[in-house]
Design a protein around this ligand. Structure first.
Ligand code: SAM
Length: 268
């Protein structure tokens, strides 16, 4: 119903029905916009974003970006998973469902091992599952550093070797401004993981900021891409994200985008 058509609707339907029609239409539009921001995406929306199919394994995500998974990596992944499990038995103060899931941990490890990043950044540390696997991979590479950011001081209990780790606690009052300032000093990022504030504005902020600092060939990983439509909107507004992958882990969905040139070989 366009406003210019109002006289016709009034003639045909009367004042009352016409006004109800316009009010209803405005309310539906406002609800739609709000739902876009606060609602969670349907599985089909994320599958469509990923080109019609989810990736179900680390190997599939790597293949999506033209990277062949080295055979030896499977043995390393199994060993790191065992180490992590042992560490969990010793200490874990955070809810289990906060951790990155097993396949996501494998993916992070594999990205670090195959891409050999110098600078890795993550938002959201909690117990430190993602930090643990990233740091294990950096140690194997014998290069690179992980810069982790959280708003809680009591985080990272799983991490044992802190030699390649910088942990920054952002102020709860203005975490985004502090993160922006910190990334300004770190320089180019090779791998960025978002796993902090999972509300739509928080996710979109991290993805935009991480991408801005990501160098050519870099990867951006968004845990809990099914919590809001931020990953979808970020991909839609960023032309350089040509073909994102969506990893369907055990429960969570994880978005992966790259400033990668398809077909580039890994550095293993
Ligand atoms: C889902 S947990 C992270 C799990 C972790 N990556 C792992 O694998 O164990 C989310 C964490 O994000 C932190 N957080 C919340 N808002 C944040 C923000 N704006 N910036 C950084 N971290 C934030 C929370 O304190 C919490 O520790």
């Amino acid at each position: 119903m366009r406003l210019s058509e109002a006289p016709r609707w009034i003639r045909q339907l009367g004042w009352r029905t016409t006004i109800e029609g316009y009010v209803g239409q405005a309310a539906r539009r406002a609800t739609g916009r709000l739902n876009d921001r606060v609602g969670a995406p349907a599985l089909d929306e994320l599958r469509e974003l990923a080109g019609g199919r989810f990736d179900l394994s680390t190997e599939a995500v790597l293949a999506h970006f033209g990277i062949t998974m080295p055979a030896a990596l499977a043995r390393e992944l199994a060993e790191v998973a065992r180490q992590l499990e042992r560490r969990f038995q010793q200490t874990n103060r955070h809810p289990a469902e906060w951790r990155v899931e097993a396949e996501t941990g494998s993916l992070l490890y594999a990205l670090v091992r195959t891409q050999q990043p110098e600078v890795v950044v993550e938002t959201g540390v909690a117990a430190g599952t993602s930090a643990f696997v990233i740091l294990e991979a950096l140690a194997r590479n014998d290069r690179g550093r992980l810069h982790s950011f959280d708003v809680d001081t009591e985080v990272g209990e799983l991490v044992t070797d802190r030699s390649r780790w910088s942990l920054t606690i952002l102020p709860q009052s203005k975490p985004q401004a502090a993160l922006r300032a910190a990334l300004g000093t770190i320089g180019g990022i090779d791998l960025f993981l978002h796993d902090g504030d999972h509300e739509y504005p928080g996710q979109l902020f991290d993805l935009r900021l991480g991408w801005r600092h990501l160098g050519a060939g870099g990867f951006l990983v968004c845990d809990d891409a099914d919590d809001s439509r931020a990953f979808q909107h970020f991909c839609a507004e960023t032309p350089a994200v040509e073909s994102p992958s969506v990893l369907f882990d055990h429960i969570k969905l994880v978005g992966v985008a790259s400033k990668h040139v398809t077909g580039t070989s890994n550095c293993w």
